[in-house]
Ligand binder design. Structure first.
Ligand code: GRF
Length: 200
C-alpha cells in the first residue's frame, strides 16, 4: 500500500477534503502522516478526527534533512501532497522525493507565483493586474517556488466588480472541486506503476 504524507500549515480545507476522499472507499494508498509546523493549525483537528499521526516540525527539525528524511522513511512515506504548507522544502527532500511531491497554487502559474504569493496576496495581485481570469494550478514541486511541471489547471472568469475576497472564495471552491480528484488520480497511477508487496 502506497503511504502518503500531507504537509499543511493552516486551516487545511484542501487537506480535509483529500483525507475524506481517501477514506471514502478502498484505495491503493493510505494517508498515513500529517506534517505540520503549527500545532494550533485547523488541520490538526482533522488529523486527530481521522486518527492520522502528526509530525510537528520546527525550523530546526524541518530543515535538517538528517532529521526529516529518516522520520519520513520511518513512516514509510512514498509520496507527499502539499496543501497550504508554508515553508519551502529543503532541496535534499525534493531530491529524495522527486516527481512524488505535488502542490496546489491559487492562481494560473507561471503568473502570480513565487515568494510572497500566498493567500489573499495572490488575489490582490490578480485584481491589481486587472486580469480577466484566474484559477488554480496543481503542479510537481521542484527547487524553485511554484515552478515545477504543471499537472492540471482550471480557470474562472473575473468580473470587474469582483473584490480580491470574491476571487479568493471562487478560487477556493475550484480547489476543493479538483484537488482531491487529481490527487486521487495521481496516487492511483503511481500505485499501479509501483506496486508494493502487501504489508502484514
Ligand atoms: C490554498 O489556497 C492552496 O492553493 C495554497 O494554500 C491554501 C491552503 O488552504 N497552497 P487550506 O488550508 O487548504 O484551506
Amino acid at each position: 500500500m502506497l503511504q502518503v504524507a500531507i504537509f499543511a500549515s493552516g486551516t487545511g480545507t484542501n487537506a480535509k477534503r483529500i483525507i475524506e476522499s481517501s477514506r471514502s472507499e478502498i484505495k491503493p494508498y493510505h494517508i498515513s502522516l500529517l506534517v505540520c509546523n503549527n500545532p494550533v493549525a485547523g488541520i490538526m483537528s482533522v488529523a486527530i478526527d481521522h486518527k492520522i499521526p502528526v509530525l510537528i516540525v520546527n525550523r530546526e527539525t524541518f530543515f535538517d534533512t538528517e532529521s526529516i528524511l529518516p522520520q519520513l522513511r520511518e513512516f514509510g512515506i512514498d509520496y507527499i501532497i502539499l496543501a497550504g504548507y508554508i515553508w519551502k522544502l529543503p532541496s535534499t527532500l525534493i531530491d529524495a522525493y522527486r516527481g512524488r511531491i505535488v502542490n496546489i497554487h491559487p492562481a494560473l502559474l507561471p503568473k502570480f507565483g513565487g515568494k510572497g504569493m500566498f493567500g489573499i496576496h495572490v488575489h490582490l495581485a490578480v485584481k491589481m493586474a486587472a486580469e480577466s481570469k484566474t484559477g488554480i494550478t496543481i503542479h510537481y514541486v521542484d527547487e524553485h517556488y511554484d515552478a515545477g511541471d504543471i499537472i492540471f489547471q482550471s480557470s474562472i472568469a473575473i468580473e470587474s466588480s469582483d473584490t480580491p475576497e470574491d476571487i479568493q472564495r471562487r478560487v477556493q471552491k475550484l480547489e476543493h472541486e479538483h484537488y482531491p480528484e487529481i490527487v486521487d488520480r495521481l496516487l492511483r497511477e503511481y500505485a499501479l506503476e509501483h506496486p508494493k508487496a502487501p504489508q502484514n
